[in-house]
Design a protein around this ligand. Structure first.
Ligand code: FES
Length: 139
């Protein structure tokens, strides 16, 4: 099984967190935001008993790539930021914008429309201008 095929679930009985490795950009936002739950030094790396359901749902909603989502009553959805525009700088990683972003060329023509894009700041992405997790593979 390669990385693209890995989808794992973690539950506390109330909700299930779904992690899709193929979507993950390794921004580290979950690790920094709720380190008791999301911790690469523990196995499994998501400990659903380390925080209440609301805190976990809130952190999952901040995942810019949609790699993290929650599942409840057979419905899968990924979180989205609401309200004001938000930018997160990941140390050694990307710049992530929350919300729908229109990417335009120099003439002002929209060439792409992206939800929660993470832009590469390290120069190691194979999919510029977007982060593809290359910063984590080349550390
Ligand atoms: S910041 Fe992630 S690949 Fe460059």
């Amino acid at each position: 099984m390669n990385k693209e095929e890995i989808i794992k679930t973690y539950t506390n009985g109330e909700i299930t967190v779904v992690w899709d490795a193929a979507k993950c950009r390794h921004t580290g936002i979950c690790l920094a935001g709720l380190p008791r739950v999301f911790n690469l030094k523990q196995k499994p790396w998501i400990d659903m008993s380390a925080a209440d359901t609301a805190s976990i749902e809130k952190q999952v909603s901040l995942c810019p790539s949609g790699a993290l989502g929650t599942q409840d009553n057979d419905t899968y959805y990924t979180g989205q930021s609401d309200g004001a525009a938000e930018v997160v700088l990941t140390p050694g990683g990307p710049l992530t914008l929350y919300g729908k972003v229109l990417i335009k060329n120099l003439r002002g023509k929209t060439i792409n429309e992206v939800d929660n894009p993470s832009f590469c700041r390290c120069g190691k992405s194979a999919q510029p201008p977007f982060c593809d997790g290359g910063h984590a593979r080349h550390t």
